[in-house]
Design a protein around this ligand. Structure first.
Ligand SMILES: Cc1ncc(COP(=O)(O)O)c(C=O)c1O
Length: 381
């Protein structure tokens, strides 16, 4: 069996047995391939939540379509279903729903609306691989789903992504696209290997903030391989080598790392419960437990009054916080108009992005984080 098929077998334990998986350099490339397999082109519109990563609207724009955003609800950080129908018109071709931080919501309603208007649905499962929505694995409800194995994702291959096709009518087209994928070079393979080793050696609670800052600086400058290039964050032009396949190193590491997934999911669920209970007792904003009975959290979102102070105190105390999504089109903070985004239209997304901070979930022991929260209670919303 070749390594791609071995990886498919591993992953199919989390896709209800479906092995129609297609591998790419990053999750965003998988989204682009799915959109193209759905025939998305010039003049089409694709609906997505107004609280996402900028690379999602990028992929829509690269496919020739216009992103149409829908504001979110604070409880799940996902699309406000009551605003969805208004966003649909004769140009709409696809609705993207998202597992934000691992939380998904209203998928049945979204699918029902899509069926009513004859639209495709895609689940952005970049945060939610291995979690469930109702009784089914994330990613198995819509026509298709895409996943990410970038740093901090459910499991990591440095960078990486894949598409799952549930609507077999899309298979012919996505298989045709396989021929156009750029093959990762030896340099690409070595680059991934280097980053993974460097992370294992250099990142720990003491170095986290410094390494994070340095890595982001070097990757934006193009000196090391980053999650997003300067081009992707500053323009809507498709980068030259965008449509790249998955390297052998990513496939092998993916097979190895996916073995840890079950344990990681259990740990994340347990830690999310601890955070929720703690915040509930202290009457602070939290994700209500019945929302994640069978979801799997990637990071735990909280809201703070003064984020700058909170981050600085965390840095001094060596608490590893995340900063997703400190902008509704993370990590873009200006020129939203390029992405056809008017922040004034999305007051909830704007508010959430002004106050959000993410707590780590993958740690075995989160007592230090809970103590940190306790001593910064005044800053929690
Ligand atoms: C919601 C969301 N969608 C898509 C992506 C893109 O994933 P990738 O970095 O693998 O392209 C990200 C990246 O973090 C994300 O947060």
């Amino acid at each position: 069996m070749n390594i791609e098929n071995m990886y498919k077998k591993k992953l199919s334990a989390y896709t209800e047995g479906n092995e129609e998986l297609f591998f790419y350099w990053k999750g965003r490339v998988a989204l682009y391939a799915i959109l193209k397999s759905m025939g998305v082109d010039e003049g089409d519109e694709v609906i997505l939540p107004a609280f996402t990563c900028v690379v999602v609207p990028n992929a829509i724009i690269y496919a020739g379509a216009k992103p149409i955003y829908v504001d979110i609800i604070p409880e799940t950080y996902n699309m406000d279903i009551s605003k969805l129908e208004n966003a649909i018109n004769e140009k709409t071709k696809v609705i993207i729903c998202q597992n934000t931080f691992g939380l998904s919501s209203n998928i049945e309603e979204i699918i029902a609306l899509a069926q009513k208007f004859n639209l495709y649905t895609i689940e952005d499962c970049t945060h939610g691989f291995g979690g469930y929505y109702n009784e089914k694995f994330n990613g198995t409800n819509c026509d298709s789903a895409f996943f990410s194995t970038q740093w901090n994702k459910p499991f990591s291959t440095g960078i990486g992504g894949f598409a799952l096709i549930n609507n077999f009518g899309l298979l012919e087209k996505i298989k045709l696209l396989e021929k156009n994928k750029i093959r990762p070079s030896l340099f690409d393979n070595l680059n991934i290997l280097f980053l993974i080793l460097a992370r294992k050696i250099f990142v720990n609670s003491f170095t986290y903030w410094i390494v994070l800052k340095l890595y982001r600086f070097l990757s934006v400058k193009g000196i090391v391989l980053g999650s997003s290039s300067n081009d992707e964050l500053n323009s809507i032009e498709m980068p030259v080598h965008f449509f790249k396949g998955m390297s052998k190193v990513q496939l092998i590491i993916g097979i190895y790392e996916s073995n840890r997934l079950e344990k990681l999911i259990e740990r994340r669920k347990r830690n999310a419960t601890l955070y929720s209970e703690f915040l509930f007792i202290h009457k602070k904003n939290h994700v209500v437990k019945n929302l994640f009975n069978n979801h799997s959290f990637l990071k735990y979102p909280i809201l703070v009054k003064n984020r700058e102070v909170f981050f600085e105190t965390a840095r001094v105390n060596k608490i590893e916080l995340g900063d997703w999504f400190i902008s509704p089109l993370h990590p873009i903070k200006k020129d939203f108009v390029k992405w056809k985004f008017d922040i004034n239209d999305f007051p909830i997304a704007e508010k959430m992005s002004e106050h959000i901070v993410n707590l780590p979930l993958e740690k075995k022991n989160i007592i230090r984080v809970l103590r940190f929260l306790e001593s910064n209670m005044d800053n929690l919303m």
